[in-house]
Design a protein around this ligand. Structure first.
Ligand code: MSP
Length: 433
């Protein structure tokens, strides 16, 4: 079976930190698990290069947009490569093929009468040249603190309000569409409270994808970025690429951080419904990694970069710690102490010692060869006790992976390690020999 999954497409306003790496590491873990189960897996990751976040960072760096975005997108790619992450497509939203895909989706929605021109009124900061979407009249700009102005501009709107009923039916008919459960409930109450039409173009921003035949307008960054999941497959390309893309679409899983769930669970299915295209099967929103109890941010100076950690602890050590210590779906603290403790206790002392002890005994007592055949089915193991336990651990681990319960899956694996340790102490192979 095909299994197509995605990470968020990361803003190129700054180089990746451990939180960004966390999402991509989890996606890579899921990919490897599905592949082991025999699926044909395709993993998309990449960068979201337009919008105010990026425009602002470009200005601050004093570089040309292309030069700046090339640099940060390159940093993402090389970080994923250094972490050994096995993606199949890395999409950049500045790619011309992506521009064609966005225009194609816009045309489809427009043809189906879900797009119209209207007036947008909102708060604007003249100093920072940006729209402050959540602000009301007289509110300050969150960036520079100056008072925002109320401005009105002509924009294209997406008829999001027309999808309220259809979205609620989708969540009801497919209870697994949004996970975890608590997040699903938040989305449902958001949609129940009523949806307003969405302005999907801007005339105030230059750094974006131009709207076809509407020179001054560029697409709102979320109408652009989400569609990256499709251009990454080949939509917007030639006939052969589109045919290939259609085989993979829709996504089996969009993996996202909790702060962008609404865009994926409300806007995205509505855009696709409007365009008459299949919608994704599942959206999983994970929690955030905190550092010393706080959100990582440049201004706090508490950003943890993944590659230096991986250089010291090894990629596998870092992956193990993130999967074992943080309950997937919840927020969790990243701590160097906890990482070292896990590494020493579980990997070096637990698994490492057991492996080295076993190999030593094989050499010492069995002439360096394994005697007999190791059966594929653990139930056929020479010792029924360990065989039975191994069989149980395999099914528990598999079930946990299916449910995105990585920490419990690893706990199960390590229970086998503890049982084998105990087995050695009880049976004393050195006496048997
Ligand atoms: N560009 C949008 C996403 C568009 S998807 C079509 C965006 N980018 S982002 O660079 O801000 O990255 C957001 C994602 O990075 C989060 O949703 C999450 O997956 C990951 N994380 C960023 N900081 C994180 C933590 N501190 N902890 C865990 N994940 C974090 O939003």
């Amino acid at each position: 079976m095909k299994y197509f999954l995605t990470t968020p497409l990361y803003y190129v306003n700054a180089a990746p930190h451990i939180g960004h790496a966390y999402s991509t590491i989890i996606a890579d873990v899921i990919k490897r698990f599905r592949r082991m189960k025999g699926d044909d897996v395709f993993l998309v990751t990449g960068t979201d290069e337009h919008g105010q976040h990026v425009e602002r960072a470009v200005k601050a760096a004093g570089l040309q947009p292309q030069e700046f975005t090339d640099r940060i997108a390159g940093a993402y790619r090389s970080t994923w490569d250094e972490l050994g992450l096995d993606y199949d497509s890395f999409i950049r939203t500045t790619n011309p093929q992506h521009h064609r895909t966005v225009q194609w989706l816009f045309d489809r929605c427009r043809k189906n009468n879900f797009i119209y021109k209207g007036q947008y009124t909102g708060q604007y900061c003249v100093n920072c040249e940006l729209y402050v979407n959540d602000a009301g009249p007289g509110d300050p700009c969150p960036n520079c603190g100056r008072v925002t102005e109320t401005v009105t501009e002509e924009n294209f709107f997406f008829k999001l309000s027309a999808f309220e009923g259809r979205l609620l039916k989708l969540y009801e008919d497919h209870p697994d569409f949004i996970q975890p459960e608590a997040r699903r409930n938040e989305v449902i109450s958001f949609v129940r409270s009523g949806l307003r039409d969405l302005s999907i173009t801007r005339t105030s921003i230059k750094w974006g994808i131009p709207v076809p035949a509407e020179g001054r307008h560029v697409f709102y960054v979320w109408f652009d970025a989400l569609i990256g999941y499709m251009s990454a497959l080949g939509f917007g390309g030639d006939a052969a690429q589109v045919a290939q893309a259609e085989k993979l679409w829709p996504a089996d899983l969009h993996l996202v951080g909790k702060e962008i769930l609404r865009f994926h669970a409300v806007y995205w299915p509505a855009f696709l419904m409007a365009a008459g295209l299949p919608i994704p099967k599942r959206i999983f929103a994970h929690g955030h990694l905190l550092f010393e109890g706080e959100k990582m941010s440049k201004s706090r100076g508490n950003i943890v970069r993944p590659t230096p950690v991986a250089r010291v602890m090894g990629v596998e050590g870092l992956r193990y710690y993130l999967l074992r210590d943080i309950v997937f779906g919840q927020d969790g603290g990243f701590s160097y102490d906890a990482l070292v403790t896990r590494y020493n206790a579980d990997l070096a002392n637990g698994l490492g010692n057991l492996t080295s002890r076993t190999l030593t005994m094989i050499n010492k007592y069995c002439g360096g060869t394994i005697q007999g055949v190791i059966p594929d089915d653990p139930a056929g193991a020479p010792d029924p006790e360990i065989g039975r336990l191994a069989g149980e651990v395999i099914s528990q681990t598999t079930a946990c992976f299916e449910n995105f319960e990585f920490s419990r899956a690893l706990e199960a694996v390590w229970s086998l390690q503890a049982a084998v340790d105990k087995y050695i102490v009880t049976h004393k192979p050195w006496e048997l020999a």
